[in-house]
Design a protein around this ligand. Structure first.
Ligand SMILES: NC(=O)c1ccc[n+]([C@@H]2O[C@H](COP(=O)([O-])OP(=O)(O)OC[C@H]3O[C@@H](n4cnc5c(N)ncnc54)[C@H](O)[C@@H]3O)[C@@H](O)[C@H]2O)c1
Length: 257
């Protein structure tokens, strides 16, 4: 344990088998939270849960495809079965389908649909079923929705990705306003360009992307999951008890450059 700021809390994180989700799970567990590691592929979520458990934390792996509402509802139910309650939800799973980057008028509807099914509807499902449990408990809760700086600009070529992320920012605002009176806080975060993107292996030119991004980022480096996880974890703690309905940009300065 570091200092136990999430002692007694139960968190569910989607897409927690790698990247930002896994780093957040490790940090929340180190702060004393019991963590449901949800997502696909199965071996990824199991690996993270085993690692946390082996280092003395509390974690359960729940393989879950966020685009399927029944699986998300079941993941919330299983979390409550195992840990007894739910206090924190981090809708984080995402795909980027780099090979499908193309002009809007040439973008296949199937790419638009798949991107929104995972990135946007997946967060809606996690919020919907997570909120249902929090409302039932009647003791408040916290949601931290993982968006992206692509929500804030029109520059990214991947319009399905950026429009879904923009929707997520407003989803957090909606929850903050409509569930605030029940003691539930919601915020979104917009990470900038990390060393690895979702679907990194599919990027046509990862080395070129790296050079281009570093040139644009004022602090001169790409981010890592470990740059982002502390912000998500902080927002889940009572230290952030007055933060709700906000969007936090963590991007090395690229958005304002
Ligand atoms: N890496 C970046 O540069 C960057 C920048 C801004 C925002 N983000 C966002 O951060 C979040 C996490 O991405 P990451 O960078 O950690 O990449 P990542 O690929 O490591 O994490 C995404 C996770 O979601 C999982 N996933 C994919 N489809 C899923 C599905 N249908 N159901 C459940 N899980 C599924 C993946 O297997 C993976 O574990 C994503 O929402 C992403 O859009 C990333």
């Amino acid at each position: 344990m570091v200092n136990g700021k999430l002692e007694g809390k139960v968190a569910l994180i989607t897409g927690a088998g790698s990247g930002i989700g896994a780093a957040t799970a490790r940090l929340m567990a180190a702060e004393g939270a019991s963590v449901a590691i949800t997502g696909i592929p199965e071996d990824g979520v199991i690996g993270v849960a085993v690692e946390i458990t082996a280092s003395g934390g509390a974690a359960v792996a729940i393989p879950t495809d966020v685009s399927d509402p029944e699986q998300v509802e079941a993941a919330v139910a299983q979390t409550v079965d195992v840990f007894g309650r739910l206090d924190i939800v981090v809708p984080n799973a995402g795909i980027q389908m780099h090979r499908e980057d193309r002009n809007l008028h040439e973008l296949p509807e199937a790419v638009w649909d798949r991107t929104h099914d995972v990135n946007y509807k997946g967060q809606y499902f996690a919020c919907k079923y997570g909120l249902a449990q929090m409302v039932k408990q009647g003791e408040g809760g916290v949601l931290i929705l993982v968006a992206s700086i692509t929500a804030l600009k029109g520059t990214t070529p991947n319009v399905a990705y950026s429009t879904g992320k923009a929707g997520i920012v407003n989803l957090a605002r909606h929850i903050a306003v409509h569930y605030g009176p029940q003691g539930i806080r919601a915020n979104s975060i917009c990470p900038g360009a990390l060393e690895r993107t979702p679907d990194h292996e599919d990027h046509p030119d990862p080395a070129g992307r790296k050079v281009e991004m570093i040139r644009k980022i004022p602090i001169g480096r790409l981010g890592t999951p470990e740059d982002i996880a502390p912000f998500i974890t902080f927002l889940a703690t009572d230290d952030a008890s007055y933060a709700s309905g906000a969007n936090f940009v963590i991007d090395g300065g690229i958005t304002v450059a």
